[in-house]
Structures are given as C-alpha cells and as structure tokens.
Design a protein. Structure first.
Length: 258
C-alpha cells in the first residue's frame, strides 16, 4: 500500500549519487521535500545532477567524495552539517561490480578496490554519520544490498562477499542501536537497469548476464523503496534486508507487481 511521504526539512546524504540508483534516489527524496546532498567521485556528473534537481524545484547540493577514504567521507559529512545542521538520512549506494572474473583470474588490486568501496565504504559512511545521528537521537541509514549477499555466483567472488559483509554490518549496527530512534536497514532491489547491469550483461560470466533486459527494474523503483524505508512505515523493517523482488515487498512500496 503506497503512502504519501513528506520529507520537508529533512536532509539526505546520498553516496554514489551521480547516476543510476543513487541519482534516482536523490531525485525522489528531493521530490518529497528533502534537502539532498549528492556525493560521488565525479564532480562533473554531480553538478549536472544538482542542476537537474534544482531546475525541477528541488533543493540539492553536491560534494565530491571517495568512500574508500575516511577523511573524504568526514569532509562530506561536515559539509552536510555546515549546510543544514543535520543528517536525517544516509543512503549508502556507492558500489562497483568490477572485476568480473573467476577468482583464479582476478586482479588482486581490482578485487581489493571492490572490497574498499562495497564494504569498507559502507563502514566509513556509517562511522562518520552515526555520532551526529546519536546526538540527535534520530536518523535512518539505508545500505544498498543485493541478492548476491545470499548467493555464490561464479565470477562474482568480490561482489557476493562484500555485499554479504555489508549485510552483516547492517544487522550488527541495528543491534547496537537498539533503544535509540536510529534505523539501519538494507535494501535488496533485485536486478536494476543501470550501467552496472550493462557491464554484467557484457561479461557473460554467469546466469545473471543472460537475463532479458526487460526483467530488470528501473532505478526509480529502487529509489521509491529507499523513500519508503526512510518513511514511518519503514520502521518495521529495521535491521532487515528488505527486498522488492517479491510481490509482497513491491506491494508495500506501491510498485507494480510486474
């Protein structure tokens, strides 16, 4: 059942916000009234995104950030606090799918890069934001998860293992924050029609590459699920890995059953 959500006077920090799910999420939260801070490594794409959102009447700002570097994450968090005085929502969306190769053929440097972004990056962002949320005794952290967290897919040793680790981090944080008004939740959107999915398709390394493009959901669906999880109805899913692959999950968010 779809619910009208009002995020007026809320501030959202979205990591990996220059394209795909991150950009769609920034657009959606801004549409619902939130002040959105878009963070990613590419300033050019961020500035284009901010211009687009602001042209539509939203309130968006951008800040370059490399989630691998804790000092870089601290800088964007400080920017948010300086600009709006708080961070109500953190969306941990930064992630990469490279290297798409079997373990024996993988490049150790590229493999480590995936671990630094997909897992360490989630930790860095949570660690930097949580002191402010704890001081305010409110906030929502949405960690972008994946069905890969529960799978063992050939060619995806880096992605499956880092997503599994991030999922466990969500669960641990949820338990540590019991008794507060801070919500930590994972979102498993399924396969999404983004640049990442194009790379997967071109790699032809496992069954996911062979899925018909029409089976992938648009990033706007994932963005709508993020908004749902940040809203009041998302409270019951705190600490879980909420999925919109199921008819039940899609119904709760107000998405088509497809």
């Amino acid at each position: 059942m779809e619910q009208t959500i009002d995020f007026t006077n809320k501030t959202a920090l979205i990591m990996g916000a220059s394209k795909g799910i991150g950009l769609a999420t920034a657009e959606k939260l801004a549409e619902l009234g939130a002040n959105v801070i878009l963070a990613a490594r590419s300033i050019d794409k961020l500035e284009e995104a901010v211009l687009m959102i602001n042209t539509k009447g939203g309130a968006a700002k951008a800040h370059v950030c490399d989630v691998r570097d804790y000092s870089s994450v601290e800088a964007v968090v400080k920017y948010c606090i300086d600009q709006t005085g708080k961070i109500d929502f953190l969306v941990n969306n930064a992630g990469i799918i490279d290297p798409l190769s079997h373990l024996v053929d993988s490049d150790p440097v590229e493999w480590s890069l995936a671990a630094d972004i997909n897992y360490k990056g989630v930790y860095n962002c949570m660690r930097a934001v949580l002191p402010y949320m704890i001081e305010a005794d409110e906030g929502v952290i949405v960690n972008m998860s994946s069905g890969a967290a529960n799978s063992a897919l050939p060619g995806w040793s880096h992605y499956c293992s880092t997503k599994a680790a991030a999922k466990k981090l969500t669960e641990v944080a949820h338990r540590e924050l019991q008794g507060t008004n801070i919500r930590v939740v994972g979102l498993s959107p399924g396969t999404v029609a983004t640049d990442m999915m194009s790379k997967i398709r071109d790699a032809k390394i496992n069954a996911v590459s062979d899925l018909e493009w029409s089976t992938h959901i648009p990033p706007e669906w994932a963005a709508k699920a993020v908004a749902f999880l940040c809203g009041p109805e998302g409270e019951e899913f705190a600490g879980t890995d909420f999925s919109i692959k199921t008819p039940e999950g899609r119904e709760r968010v107000g998405l088509p059953a497809k």
